[in-house]
Design a protein around this ligand. Structure first.
Ligand code: ADP
Length: 440
């Protein structure tokens, strides 16, 4: 700043000295005229430089920065430095952006950036191939003009992107795509698109393989179990000293048969998409039937009763699947409740949702196991599950059935005190039937 004052006002000192020396020679009036001329000349020089600067600012290129003298030299030099710095960071930023775009383009997954009006801002090569987009021409177009499948349009407008959407490619119906929208920034969205055809094929192969193996095992097992039953019924056919081994054979053959049946049920549930025959299920009458079955399973070792029962409450669903899920929960309560324990079955409305609950005073489950109970073959106590004839698939089946009915399984349990397993169905499935209406 000191330099600035020196450069601007410093020129006045020699001029003032010169004027003082001239004063006695040319007189005060002439010196004053000379001074005025000098000041005007300086002013004109500044105005000229200011005009140059303003002209340059209209198109501020580094190469065309003006030259100046005095303080203007400093002004232009500072401007030059600022501009150089700016252009250096711009180059760095552009190359970082280019690298980022190259990396995103090389991704095998399709990526589309959408603005707040769901218009395409940018997409990579994979997205062009998978969704039939053209990054050069489609930029600025609403995505729904180009990806028109109704499922996608509904997914986009539902604004619930917690789950991905699976859909067939419009270009090739053999290709299965998984689309996931991720909101970011200010109402922008990133559309991630994966080709899962291969994964889906593997999954189908796995399901088919389990179904085929289970199917193949069913016939020989039926024969073995049948002969074992026949032998048991023939007096003296099994020598007394071999009775123990025979019982073990029968037990294990029975277990294998239940495993095969459960595996078949699971693969059937997994491979069929719709619910099949959906009717109004009269759950209260179903529960009366299940109660008889429960008494049979318990053989009188437990107190089994019906608690809350809303006699008018029916459900839209599949009778066989619901019955299978409910008996699974009841049979678990019986198997994991020691002799003399209580088991209570409830069927009621809770905030518009229908709840089928089985409450027991059994072993209970430690909190750490609860989130994993519906996984296949997950057991808290393997030996107890086997001893009670469990397959480890019961709750997986229940979860599948409930999911197919848009329902969920709630588990409340305390170790040593007992558990309550509740199947909760959404209000849309609830039907409050007229008293006395029979189930279909
Ligand atoms: P399993 O055939 O072994 O019973 P499930 O899938 O039906 O298989 O149940 C998974 C595990 O959950 C069981 O092994 C058991 O440990 C636990 N479980 C299920 N129901 C109950 C219950 N009512 N009380 C205590 N534990 C239970």
């Amino acid at each position: 700043m000191q330099d600035f004052w020196w450069r601007t006002l410093g020129a006045f000192a020699p001029m003032a000295l010169f004027s003082l020396l001239l004063w006695p020679v040319v007189g005060g009036r002439n010196v004053l005229i000379l001074l005025i001329v000098w000041v005007v000349a300086r002013l004109l020089t500044h105005l000229y430089n200011l005009r140059k600067l303003l002209r340059w600012l209209k198109n501020p290129e580094l190469q065309s920065i003006p030259n100046g003298s005095g303080v203007w030299e400093d002004v232009y030099a500072s401007l030059y430095q600022v501009l150089r710095q700016h252009s250096r960071s711009e180059t760095q930023l552009t190359s970082a952006l280019e690298r980022l775009q190259k990396a995103a383009s090389a991704l095998p997954d399709g990526l589309v950036v959408l603005n707040d009006a769901d218009q395409i801002e940018w997409c990579n090569h994979a997205a062009e191939l998978q969704l039939g987009l053209d990054s050069a021409h489609d930029s600025g177009q609403p995505i729904t003009y180009l990806v028109r499948q109704t499922d996608f349009v509904a997914y986009l407008s539902a604004h619930n992107f917690s789950e991905p959407l699976k859909m067939r490619s419009a270009r090739n119906s053999e290709v299965l795509l998984e689309l996931q929208l991720v909101p970011f920034g200010e109402n922008q969205k990133l559309l991630n698109c994966r080709d899962i055809t291969h994964l889906e094929k593997m999954e189908t192969m796995r399901r088919d393989f389990i179904a085929d193996v289970s199917h193949e095992l069913r016939t020989p097992l039926t024969v073995v179990v049948g002969f074992l039953e026949t032998l048991r019924d023939i007096q003296g056919a099994v020598p007394e000293n071999l009775r123990h081994y025979f019982d073990l054979m029968e037990q294990q053959a029975g277990r294998m048969r239940r495993l095969v049946e459960d595996l078949l049920t699971l693969s059937q549930l997994e491979s069929s998409h719709g619910l099949g025959q959906e009717l109004v299920v009269d759950v209260p009458s179903m529960i009366n039937g299940l109660l008889q079955e429960a008494h049979g399973l318990s053989s009188g070792k437990h107190h089994i009763a019906i608690g809350k029962l809303d006699a008018k409450l029916a459900l839209y669903g599949n009778l066989e699947e619901l019955s299978s899920a409910f008996i699974n929960l009841i049979s678990n309560a019986i198997r994991y409740t020691p002799e003399g324990g209580d088991i209570i079955i409830h069927w009621s409305l809770r905030n518009g949702e229908a709840v089928f609950a089985v409450e027991d005073t059994g072993l209970g489950i430690d909190a750490q196991h609860i989130p994993r109970l519906t996984e296949r073959f997950y057991r808290v106590d393997r030996s107890r599950s086997r001893a009670t004839g469990g397959t480890g698939l019961g709750l997986s089946i229940v979860k599948h059935i409930l999911t197919r009915h848009q329902g969920k399984l709630e588990i409340v349990s305390e170790l040593g005190k007992g558990s309550t397993f509740s199947a909760v169905f959404p209000a849309a499935r609830v039907k409050v039937a007229m008293p006395g209406a029979s189930h279909s």
